[in-house]
Design a protein around this ligand. Structure first.
Ligand SMILES: Nc1ncnc2c1ncn2[C@@H]1O[C@H](COP(=O)(O)OP(=O)(O)O)[C@@H](O)[C@H]1O
Ligand SMILES: [Mg+2]
Length: 261
């Protein structure tokens, strides 16, 4: 059983010639097969946590540890993290001009699996995964995220998730900007991968809406750069009713606006 262990993680970012501490001691353990929802107001540091785990160079780890199966993740390059089984679906997926979805997926799968997938089974695998996500076959020939709608970008992230089969998947606001139909399709994709029991899922979200489709085993409230409360699925109901205001004391987090949409 793979386990991601985050201990007392501190992360800074350079902004306007100043160093700002964003993560202020995050503690979290995610085991393969478990689903954890991280919920928090805008600006609380949720994406910073996701990027730091994936190894984004803008974020400097100044303290704490992250291990996957006891291996030091912070020592690994971005590629090594992916090969070790970490996957990040970004809140704002980036365009990759000149690289088709089909090439991108095959290159990623080759890197993660350590060998190129056999062409015939691979083509079938991709085709079937795209059909399950209601993606037209022509999608494979388009450049990654170029001109994709919000829903298409998120479906493409889940397509990667289904094909790459990570040990731990970090899904950063995969629900944002989706209409009800797209939300259902994307959630079904996440649930298919979860049902294998082989992935630990870290579902980062501002809103409770996606939790109607993806039932978390644990819910954590994130505020001011750390987890301030943890509980079961019932904690999401409490947030839906009471919002984030109760947690507002911590640095300038934007707790206005509801948590349900
Ligand atoms: N690359 C960056 N450069 C400057 N500031 C950043 C950067 N990334 C995050 N921050 C700041 O860190 C804080 C947390 O941001 P973020 O992690 O995106 O929060 P969330 O995902 O919870 O909305 C915000 O104040 C944001 O402006
Ligand atoms: Mg974010």
């Amino acid at each position: 059983m793979a386990t991601l262990e985050i201990r007392d993680l501190h992360v800074t970012v350079e902004a306007d010639n100043a160093t700002k501490e964003i993560l202020k001691g995050v503690d979290l353990t995610v085991k393969q097969g478990e689903t954890h929802a991280i919920m928090g107001p805008n600006g609380s540091g949720k994406s910073t946590l996701a990027y730091s785990l994936a190894g984004h160079p803008k974020y400097t780890v100044t303290g704490g540890t992250v291990t996957l199966d006891g291996e030091d993740v912070l020592e690994m390059s971005v590629d090594e993290r992916a090969r070790a089984g970490l996957f990040l679906a970004m809140q704002y997926p980036v365009e990759v001009p000149g690289v088709s979805v089909s090439n991108f997926l095959r290159t990623s799968a080759t890197a993660v699996r350590g060998e190129a997938p056999k062409l015939r089974t691979w083509v079938k695998e991709v085709k079937e995964a795209m059909e399950r996500l209601n993606m037209d076959a022509s999608f494979a020939e388009r450049n990654v995220n170029e001109g994709f709608s919000g829903g298409e970008k998120k479906r493409h992230e889940i397509l990667q998730l289904e094909l790459l089969r990570p040990k731990v998947a970090i899904l950063d606001e995969t629900d944002s900007g989706l209409d009800v139909d797209a939300l259902r399709i994307v959630s079904e994709g996440v649930n298919r991968v979860r049902e294998t029991g082989e992935v630990g899922t870290l579902l980062i979200t501002h809103y409770t809406r996606i939790l109607r489709y993806i039932k978390p085993d644990f819910v954590h409230v994130f505020s001011g750069g750390r987890i301030v409360e943890s509980g079961g699925a019932e904690l999401a109901d409490k947030l839906e009713n009471e919002g984030y205001e109760a947690y507002a004391k911590l640095d300038g987090a934007d707790t206005k606006g509801g948590v349900s949409a």
